[in-house]
Design a protein around this ligand. Structure first.
Ligand code: SAH
Length: 246
């Protein structure tokens, strides 16, 4: 049984950027919180108020952040860990459970609140490119070898999935996205449609659709989610969509 004074940890998705894309239940959790924990740009999205401590940390400090949240909750604090998009998509929810595995003695009241993930906001802005079977691949090699990234891209293309690529390109690994495009060129026809969706739902949003033959690594950065169509994905008017049948 939980002590009456016990705190909680909520891992909340803030959505892709626009505050209108944040769910009302996330809004409520933020209003009840005593502490906000997260990567600095996400914490910056939370309006300061009295009684709210904001703890911003570096991008790669996920496990430290999760341990910190669990320790605060054990002291009775009400902690919201914030992620952009959805917290279960390449984000803090799994990091929290990894931390929990290493602190089994800790009794914690934990909830995960979903958010609109980047690929869904991007797909809606472009039309419906994820309207049939698709997969999501994190192109970062922070937590897995890059060979595995290329293998997954190759097999997903072979299976004719549409694909959403997160973390497509960063300054620390500028060449890798070029290798991903080369892998796609081996597997797919040159007309295959690719959507580069940058800063979706923010004032800087840019949605650009090109054929695979025209795609260049510089079209993506860390604020871009890349959607690769299946062989059936096509244009209708200004939209890109994938029909519901294969
Ligand atoms: N949990 C987040 C993903 C975190 S990984 C989510 O569910 O959206 C970070 C990557 O997400 C970025 O490199 C980019 O590929 C993508 N991303 C996040 N917000 C985005 C936005 N507003 N527009 C385009 N891509 C975005």
């Amino acid at each position: 049984m939980r002590a009456p004074q016990s705190g909680w940890v909520i891992v909340a998705g803030l959505g892709p950027g626009a505050s209108s894309m944040m769910t009302p239940e996330v809004d409520r959790a933020l209003a009840e919180a005593t502490d906000i924990i997260g990567y600095q740009p996400y914490v910056a999205r939370i309006t300061p108020r009295q009684g709210l401590s904001r703890h911003a940390s570096d991008n790669r400090a996920e496990l430290d952040r999760a341990h910190h949240a669990l320790r605060l909750a054990a002291k009775g604090r009400r902690v919201v860990i914030v992620s952009s998009g959805d917290p279960g998509v390449f984000a803090m929810a799994s990091a929290l459970f990894e931390a929990l595995e290493s602190m089994p003695q800790l009794e914690a009241d934990i909830r995960i609140l979903p958010g609109i993930t980047a690929m869904l906001a991007a797909a809606a802005a472009a039309g419906a490119p994820l309207g049939h079977d698709f997969c999501a691949i994190n192109l970062s090699d922070n937590l897995k070898p890059f060979d595995l990234v290329l293998k997954r891209v190759r097999l997903a293309a072979e299976a004719d999935f549409a694909m959403a690529f997160y973390n497509p390109r960063s300054n620390t690994r500028p060449a890798q996205f070029g290798e991903v495009l080369a892998t796609l060129r081996d597997q797919c026809e040159p007309e295959r449609l690719i959507v580069f969706a940058r800063a979706v739902s923010t004032p800087e949003q840019v949605i650009r659709t090109v054929a695979l033959s025209e795609a260049r690594p510089e079209m993506a950065d860390m604020r871009t989610v890349v959607i690769v169509g299946s062989s059936r994905t096509r244009r209708v008017g200004p939209f890109v969509y994938t029909p519901r049948s294969a």
